[in-house]
Design a binder for this molecule. Structure first.
Ligand code: FEO
Length: 402
């Protein structure tokens, strides 16, 4: 399904492909509203550039729309702001269609692209912040934008038309046949998809998001052309979306420390220890946000928010048949591995036979590069009053390390 060719400005033409049926992106992201793979053609008086390509599954549709947008011209450049295969999947075909095309990208992108296309003889033009490309009356300026959202990412700016091409940044997995934000039929669904997109793609990279906004705000931009979802305009959603990214990426200082205690408990023994540990923590931090969470009784997204936003946490793993029970793995599968390094964590709980769950969980926490407290508080089967008093003391000791 194609969008019909659409003029963005006098020199910029939209040439994207729609994928309304996509329901999962990158394995982990649910995409209720499909997506678009946005590509653009920029015409100067002497040269023509394509910005972004498309997903390999849509090569034929992409060829149709890009030919229409080129209007018989042969493109000189393919600007790749980012090389994830939803944009670079068609590069192999693009270089077959246009054998003399020069691929303009960052150094990191060129390395990735060789291995994405399995082609060592691509014709690269490596650019960095400050570099420009003259198309004849139209200039493309490049700004490195690492980790938005891969290390390869950059923005391309067309000052004469006040247009920025930001690839994934400010985009959305949202699919409507209209190109401009002002024509979106279901604005609430669009905003929902924008937030979901931010949470899944950009939330781990908040400092880089703020840097990306700084770049855009330093330029005179009236239109942002992302690689997914509607084109953003100053008369439409551009400022709303930038403000949302700013709000979502600004870390608000908490008044009190947040130390959630997660656990699983088959017979209530680990639960008792969790409550005792909680008492110990509250003796050190009386105003701490320190609740206990029996994992299976809570929404995993809610717990993931606590896990990824806390100052420190404790985990009570449950062992059954020599392994950790799935809810523990499920919680840790939601850990933001980019930002979990050095997060203080301690393990506690009851075990029956041999308690392998502690070692298995510790290994996962070490993989996440957490700051794992040396001491683990373990009780065989049912904790005594003395055990619970020791658990309080353990909670105090751990809290003093936070
Ligand atoms: Fe749309 Fe990171 O790719």
């Amino acid at each position: 399904m194609n969008i019909k060719m659409t003029k963005i400005t006098e020199s910029v033409t939209y040439a994207g492909v729609l994928n309304p049926g996509m329901r999962t992106f990158d394995v982990i992201m649910h995409t209720e509203y499909g997506t678009s793979y946005n590509s653009y053609v920029v015409d100067g008086s002497e040269k023509t550039a394509i910005i972004e390509a498309s997903h390999i599954s849509f090569g034929n549709a992409y060829k149709g729309i890009i030919d229409e947008a080129l209007g018989g011209k042969t493109p000189d450049y393919l600007i790749l702001n980012h090389t994830e295969p939803d944009h670079s999947g068609c590069v192999k075909q693009v270089v077959q269609w246009f054998p003399y095309i020069e691929i303009v990208c960052t150094k990191a992108a060129s390395i990735y692209l060789k291995n994405i296309t399995n082609n060592d003889s691509l014709n690269f033009k490596i650019v960095k912040t400050g570099d420009e490309l003259d198309l004849g009356g139209k200039t493309l300026q490049f700004y490195a934008a690492p980790f938005l959202h891969w290390p390869d990412s950059m923005f391309t700016y067309l000052p004469q038309d006040k247009v920025a091409f930001t690839c994934d940044f400010l985009g959305s997995h949202y699919c409507e046949p209209q190109v401009f934000d002002t024509d979106v039929t279901y604005p609430k669904k669009y905003i929902d998809s924008l937030k979901n997109y931010y949470d899944c793609i950009f939330a781990p990279f908040k400092p880089y998001v703020l840097s990306g906004l700084d770049i855009l705000n330093s330029l005179d931009v009236e239109i942002v052309c992302p690689s997914h979802g509607p084109v953003l305009t100053s008369g439409g959603n551009l400022n709303t979306v930038k403000d949302a990214y700013l709000e979502w990426s600004t870390v608000v200082e908490r008044e009190n420390v947040l130390i959630p205690i997660f656990y699983c408990s088959a017979y209530g023994n680990t639960k008792k220890i969790a409550q005792a540990v909680q008492k110990g923590i509250l003796q050190i931090f009386p105003n701490a946000e320190c609740e206990t969470y029996n994992i299976k009784n809570h929404n995993i997204a809610e717990l993931a928010g606590l896990l990824n936003g806390c100052d420190a946490f404790l985990l009570g793993p449950l062992t059954i048949n020599r392994d950790v029970v799935p809810p523990i793995w499920q919680l840790l599968a939601h850990a933001d591995a980019i930002n979990m390094a050095k997060r203080s964590v301690a393990l506690f709980g009851s075990f029956g036979w041999s308690g392998e769950g502690f070692a298995h969980t510790a290994m996962r926490l070490q993989q996440l590069k957490c700051n794992l407290y040396d001491e683990q508080f373990k009780v065989n089967f049912v904790p005594t009053e003395e055990d619970l008093a020791n658990a309080v003391a353990f909670g105090k000791r751990f809290a003093q390390t936070v």
